[in-house]
Design a protein. Structure first.
Length: 318
């Protein structure tokens, strides 16, 4: 193992997710340093959620994940049995979902959930105070009242805050947030994003923040990984990717986000559709939509390293 590998919060090599003969995730690598935030961005269907679910062994029935390397703080997760893995879930690696409802038991109050995550940390009498403080830390007013509520009695934004409070209490090595603000209206979204930024200050957890929204990715990420058709097509420092995107797909995403921000009605989408997973094009998956496509693009493309800390899967950079 390399020195970098020893200190990495998360190390993933060549993740493949299959459903029968269909390849849904096709060789994804992720690297996270402690405390770092990696933004994963890509259109719907590009494999972002399945990548995360694989890390937590939460894939839908029938799907299979394989990776050459999957290490959390140096521990080989592939080698853990179900019982050992369950212990790691929450405290080693935790996930915040787009829809927080599924993370709660509908028959139990918020306080019951908070008590469960505080079980080891607080004595019987102290848990209520600790739980209220944790809710207060994520901007929930009247936390004692919220502790007595059932999940369905809270708004989506409030429930997402409560889930974030639970995860923050566990302070895992790695937090995976899968489009945590997608279902929220704009004002609440801004508040939750601010909350993520304060968590980044407060916790030393590494964060994988998944979004289809470039503006959101730009607000929270140190580095970006752009996914297309089950592969990473570009990675690099967030600033560099945003201001000097290399891959034609990333360039399209950013042009689209800029056009939307300036209110332009035209050109708000990259022309064409993402490829069908059932019948992906041979070679570069972006070829049918790429204005720069040329001879050679019909061959599979490896990631190139055209600059400091940057990678791109495109033959324009040979
Ligand atoms: N439960 C499922 N059964 C069959 N196919 C699925 C299922 N979930 C996701 N997929 C397919 O896998 C691909 C990747 O999905 P996903 O990881 O959810 O994408 P993203 O999160 O980037 O929108 C998509 O083509 C999607 O249709
Ligand atoms: S490899 Fe070819 S088709 Fe793919 S993004 Fe680069 S130029 Fe476009
Ligand atoms: Mg998704």
């Amino acid at each position: 193992m390399t020195a970098a590998g020893m200190s990495a919060a998360l190390e993933l090599r060549n993740l493949r997710v299959t459903l029968g003969t269909v390849q849904l995730v096709r060789g994804v690598d992720l690297d996270l340093a402690p405390g770092e935030t990696l933004g994963v961005i890509g259109e719907s269907g590009s494999g972002k959620t399945l990548t995360c679910l694989s890390l937590l062994r939460l894939l839908p029935r029938g799907m299979a994940a394989q990776a050459d390397v999957l290490r959390l703080k140096g521990t080989d997760l592939g080698g853990l049995d179900e019982a050992a893995f369950r212990k790691l879930r929450g405290r080693g690696i935790a996930m915040i979902f787009q829809d927080p409802v599924g993370a709660f038991n509908p028959a139990k109050r918020i306080g019951w959930h908070m008590r469960a995550v505080l079980a080891r940390a607080a004595s019987d009498g102290a848990w209520q105070r600790r739980a209220a403080a944790a809710l207060s830390d994520v901007g929930i007013a009247e936390p004692e009242r919220v502790l007595r509520r059932y999940p369905h009695q809270l708004s989506g934004g409030m429930l997402q805050r409560a889930l974030i409070a639970m995860v923050a209490t566990l302070a895992p090595d790695v937090i995976i947030a899968d489009e945590p603000t997608t279902n929220l209206d704009n004002i609440i979204e801004q508040q939750i994003l601010a909350l993520f930024r304060s968590l980044q200050q407060r916790l030393s957890s590494a964060l994988v923040f998944i979004t289809h929204d470039m503006r959101v990715a730009a607000l929270v990420s140190d580095r970006l990984a752009v996914m297309y058709a089950g592969q990473i097509v570009e990675t690099g420092p967030a600033e560099a990717v945003l201001h000097r995107p290399l891959h034609p797909y990333t360039q399209g995403l950013i042009a689209t986000a800029d056009a939307l921000a300036s209110g332009a009605a035209q050109l708000a989408e990259i022309p064409g559709q993402p490829p069908s997973v059932l019948d992906p094009p041979a070679g570069c998956a972006f070829r049918p939509r790429c204005a720069s496509a040329r001879a050679g693009c019909e061959a599979p493309q490896a990631l190139r390293s055209p600059g400091e800390a940057r990678q791109v899967r495109c033959l324009l950079y040979d």
